[in-house]
Design a protein around this ligand. Structure first.
Ligand SMILES: [Cu+2]
Length: 144
């Protein structure tokens, strides 16, 4: 009987961890001009558990990176970060001037109104990975 309870509890913990829910709001991407190969994507991400976004993919680009912008000796610098931490019950805003997603090697022009698919690869604290499909709406805005 004790063994049964133990197994049941273990299963419950695993199930709870696997159902960490990540939601995305207001996903948008900067529209591009013809021949432009790079653009940025932005969104608000909320998670119910401590997870990391470890990779981003899009069918319209060769590769995507998570970038962080910050002031360094009065100069705005941008660097790629290996992962983006999301805290349980908190939201992280990817916005111009802060964290953002950058797409390199665009295969096509991104026109205002287009819906661009992005896949977020999410890893929980047990190193289990799930993906989340997001559609970012293209908007015209000043260059990155
Ligand atoms: Cu960037």
């Amino acid at each position: 009987m004790f063994r049964f309870i133990q197994t049941g509890l273990f299963f419950f913990i695993l199930t709870a961890a696997a159902h960490a829910e990540v939601t995305v709001q207001d996903a948008w991407i900067r529209a591009t001009v013809p021949q432009q190969k790079v653009t940025g994507a932005f969104m608000k991400i909320t998670s119910t558990a401590n997870v990391h976004i470890v990779a981003i993919k899009s069918p319209i680009a060769d590769r995507a990176e998570i970038h962080e912008m910050k002031m360094d000796n009065d100069v705005m610098t941008m660097r790629a970060v290996p992962s983006l931490p999301l805290g349980a019950g908190k939201s992280v805003s990817l916005a111009p001037g802060g964290y953002h997603i950058m797409l390199f090697g665009l295969h096509q022009q991104v026109k205002a109104g287009d819906g661009v698919p992005l896949t977020l690869l999410i890893e929980n604290s047990q190193k289990q990975r799930t993906t989340l499909e997001v559609k970012a709406i293209a908007k015209s805005a000043a260059a990155h």
